[in-house]
Write a protein that binds this ligand. Structure first.
Ligand code: NAD
Ligand code: UDX
Length: 481
């Protein structure tokens, strides 16, 4: 029986290994982590992350060929294939701070593998890493190997949160990079054999190590660039009277462009896009490619601009101040169908409104009050370190923020309402009831283009939606920077 161990039981390690266990009954899969609370949760009825379909898969395999454990060394020792799926956040201090990927967790995992291993291992980079990381890992392993052979593979993960199980069951492609030596190719074939249990062969792409590592960063950069492109257009739409949804539909109909990832929004969030583009920018700079670095940096600049533009729109619409006004915030997760708030654009919007002294009442169907308060009190980039390594915060001290248990409670008595996550339930709310309960004039700012602004305007709302022709009320407002 082949034994797989995955170091890191997070959003990637947990679901990915659960699907491998489901599809490969003859493989024993152990997912290990240094976080005791995370492993306890994986072994309970309350899994540590929410993903549609995940619970079902875990329940089918857990205790049979899928195990969650804190005994990292035991499972590393026993495994034939070791996936490393630990955090690779943006560095917060030292050389490259604010841009470079922090490989501390990866390096400590590699050193531990070298210490514990007594037989040959295939070590798989599952985390997203800078190009050439495999070379560094190889050096660490080789210099500590005591005669054991380690083959490093790059097998980046392309799942998106909220659709992780579907993405894993039916991936566009699986990418495996390895050394072009006989041993390297044998390792590639071994990993290919695992995925071939359910992924059609033509969707399993094999490349050299550096192409695989770079393809992951490139894919995220291309995806984020599409969002910044449509968001840049949304600003021009508001200035000219064009409708961004009509524009993106027309653009996406061109089969060379395609319709996906063209939804204008308050900006992209999530743990990957910003971090990976910053890492790409840093790699370009280190290679002396200033223009290339500038090009990709602009994707992030436009994203920051879009969040700031939304905050400015809210404040300027409401007579240039939200000081002391109650603003209902619907949605805090970075996208629907997840409770993940890492780099959520809602955080920047909330901080912007709090900066103008608003009182916020926040509702999200999955994000807990503790999480919201912790996020609002955390420094940039601290969010992506394992929780026990994050600096202490004082969540209770976040003033002027309350967390509501339902959207109607959040909106009651509010002057304005901001939709920051595209949860389906926000499309179906009784907006007449909400309008009645709000201060007048009542404002709605739809940061996700999910409500029918024409209908809301008929009810009496002053309604704004990203990239849509402006409410007559807003037309007279000063132009936004
Ligand atoms: P995560 O924070 O959810 O999980 C990482 C886990 O690794 C944590 O539970 C942490 O405690 C554990 N860990 C850290 N160091 C460890 C060590 N030395 N030994 C054992 N456990 C250790 O992170 P994630 O979202 O699963 O992301 C993991 C990697 O996958 C990152 O490189 C990320 O860029 C990449 N990725 C993420 C996604 C996504 O959607 N979240 C998608 C594709 C790729
Ligand atoms: C992303 C990549 O899609 C995935 O392939 C990679 O493995 C990890 O990073 P994820 O961050 O989970 O996945 O979600 P994604 O669906 O890509 O959305 C990222 C952000 O972009 C969200 O905040 C989302 O709301 C936003 N977005 C997405 C838009 O604003 N408009 C769009 O058209 C699409």
């Amino acid at each position: 029986m082949v034994k797989i161990c995955c170091i890191g039981a997070g959003y990637v390690g947990g679901p990915t290994m659960a699907v491998i266990a489901l599809k490969c009954p003859s493989v024993e899969v152990a997912v290990v982590d240094i976080s005791v609370s995370r492993i306890n949760a994986w072994n309970s009825d309350q899994l540590p992350i929410y993903e549609p379909g995940l619970e079902d898969v875990v329940k089918q395999c857990r205790g049979k060929n899928l195990f969650f454990s804190t005994d990292v060394e035991k499972h590393v020792y026993e495994a034939d294939i070791i996936f490393v799926s630990v955090n690779t956040p943006t560095k917060t201090r030292g050389l490259g701070a604010g841009k470079a990927a922090d490989l501390t967790y990866w390096e400590s995992a590699a050193r531990m593998i070298a210490n514990v291993a007594k037989t040959d291992k295939i070590v798989v980079e599952k985390s997203t890493v800078p190009v050439k990381t495999a070379e560094a890992i190889e050096k660490i392993l080789a210099h500590n190997s005591k005669g054991i052979s380690f083959q490093i593979l790059s097998n980046p993960e392309f799942l998106a949160e909220g659709t992780a199980i579907q993405d894993l069951l039916n991936p566009d492609r699986v990418l495996i990079g390895g050394r072009e030596t006989p041993k390297g190719q044998k390792a590639v074939e071994a990993l290919k054999g695992v995925y071939a249990q359910w992924v059609p062969e033509e969707r399993i792409i094999t490349t050299n190590l550096w192409s695989a590592e770079l393809s992951k960063l490139a894919t995220n950069a291309f995806l984020a660039q599409r969002i910044s492109s449509v968001n840049a257009m949304s600003a021009l739409c508001e200035a000219t009277g064009a409708d961004v949804q009509e524009v993106s539909y027309a653009v996406g109909k061109d089969s060379r462009i395609g319709p996906k990832f063209l939804n204008a929004s308050i900006g992209f969030g999530g743990s990957c896009f910003q971090k990976d583009i910053l890492s790409l920018v840093y790699i370009c700079e280190c290679n002396g490619l200033k223009e290339v670095a500038c090009y990709w940096k602009q994707v992030i600049k436009v994203n920051d601009y879009q969040k700031a533009r939304f905050v400015n729109r809210v404040i300027s619409s409401m007579f240039n101040t939200v000081s002391g006004k109650k603003i209902a915030v619907l949605g805090f997760a970075f996208k629907k169908d997840t409770g993940d708030t890492r780099e959520t654009p809602a955080l920047d919007v909330c901080k912007g409104l709090l900066g103008d002294k608003a009182r916020l009442s926040i509702y999200d169907p999955l994000v807990t009050e503790d999480q919201i308060r912790r996020d609002l009190s955390m420094n940039k980039f601290d969010w992506d370190h394992p929780i026990h390594l994050q600096p202490p915060t004082s969540p209770a001290s976040i003033k002027h923020v309350s967390v509501a248990w339902d959207p109607y409670q959040a909106a009651k008595g509010a002057h304005g309402l901001c939709i920051l996550t595209e949860w389906d339930e926000f499309k179906e709310l009784d907006y007449e009831k909400i309008y009645e309960s709000m201060q007048k004039p009542a404002f709605v700012f739809d940061g996700r283009n999910i409500v029918d602004v024409a209908r809301l305007r008929k009810m009496g709302f002053i309604a704004y939606s990203i990239g849509k022709p402006l409410d007559p009320w807003l037309k007279g407002m000063p132009a936004l920077a």
